[in-house]
Design a protein around this ligand. Structure first.
Ligand SMILES: [Zn+2]
Length: 304
């Protein structure tokens, strides 16, 4: 009897170590942020792709920087579970988040905010010429495009969507004017995990398109902070805590105040771009985009 119990514990121990080994086997580019939630990026600051396991299948948040990454994510899914990928949620419709959807769909259904399909169809980035350029970067990349077709969201929601998959609950929130034509934050209230899309970066200046509004971005940050997340996963950059939101909020506030003060002093946009320094951003990546950020802040100051 005793031997049997002992045998049982050995077996359990063995099974446990097998499960632990699975997470490690995924490689250093995968970061486990919670039970069954793995964030992947091959290179720091490339687009994140996240695997969320559930009893009823897998949910992916974005499909990786390129189809090469989508195949890496697919291989990891297969190591983790025998269940299929059921849903892909786009944080945004740009190619570094959505080009590899064809690797999973069908059977996976793609969800994005209203405007995603229009954005993808109109985008130069998904044109045959651009795809050929990307494929020509390496034989591996060309192979990764095998079977490529443009997959656009089968489901487009407006403003807010609740999704239940197995034991997981996911809340989707539209983020207005923060980065693309259709940005989505995803909140898992049970796990307290938040996906911010590209509304914030980690020690990195974003490139703001003409419709991006810093006041709207500050409202989005406020809304996301109010959710009280434990884990924060940006569109690009390492997962972290609410500090990612705090740092970006502080940066945008300093940027808006700095620009507003100089406008008050009668300075032109060109003068502001030459003179304005934002303390605390000395070690940030993409300094050449500060001018672009100042332009966005200038629009915000003039419009308020
Ligand atoms: Zn983007």
């Amino acid at each position: 009897m005793k031997t049997k119990t002992f045998g049982c514990s050995i077996l359990l121990l063995y099974l446990f170590s097998l499960t632990a080994a699975v997470a490690q086997d995924l490689g250093a580019q995968f970061k486990k942020v919670k039970d069954g939630i793995y964030v992947y990026a091959a290179v720091l600051n490339e687009a994140n792709s996240t695997i969320i396991l559930s009893q009823d299948g897998v949910v992916l948040i974005d499909t990786g920087q390129s189809p090469k990454d989508s195949h890496v994510v697919m291989a990891a899914v297969k190591k983790l579970t025998s269940q299929p990928v059921r849903y892909i949620i786009h944080t945004e419709p740009h190619p570094d988040h959505a080009m590899g959807d064809f690797v999973f769909s069908p059977p996976a259904l793609v969800i994005g905010h209203a405007g995603s399909t229009d954005s993808m169809k109109a985008s130069e980035s998904f044109s045959p010429a651009r795809i050929e350029k990307l494929m020509s970067t390496s034989p591996e990349m060309r192979a990764a495009f095998n079977g490529f077709r443009l997959v656009t969201p089968q489901i487009e929601y407006r403003d807010r969507l609740s999704l239940k998959v197995g034991e997981r609950a996911l809340e989707l929130y539209y983020l207005k004017n923060v980065h693309s034509e259709a940005d989505t934050a995803i909140w898992l209230p049970q796990e307290r995990v938040l996906f911010t899309a590209a509304s914030v970066g980690v020690k990195r200046f974003g490139n703001h398109r003409p419709f991006v509004s810093i006041p709207d971005t500050l409202s989005a940050i406020k809304m996301m902070k109010a959710l009280n997340p434990e884990v924060v996963i940006p569109g690009h950059g390492d997962p972290g805590t609410v500090k990612i939101l705090d740092d970006m909020e502080s940066y945008y506030n300093k940027l808006m105040d700095g620009v507003a003060q100089m406008v008050k002093q009668g300075k032109s946009l060109d003068e502001i771009k030459k003179e304005l320094k934002i303390p605390g951003t000395e070690d940030w990546e993409g300094k050449d985009r500060l001018g672009n950020n100042i332009e966005a802040a200038y629009r915000g100051v003039m419009g308020r």
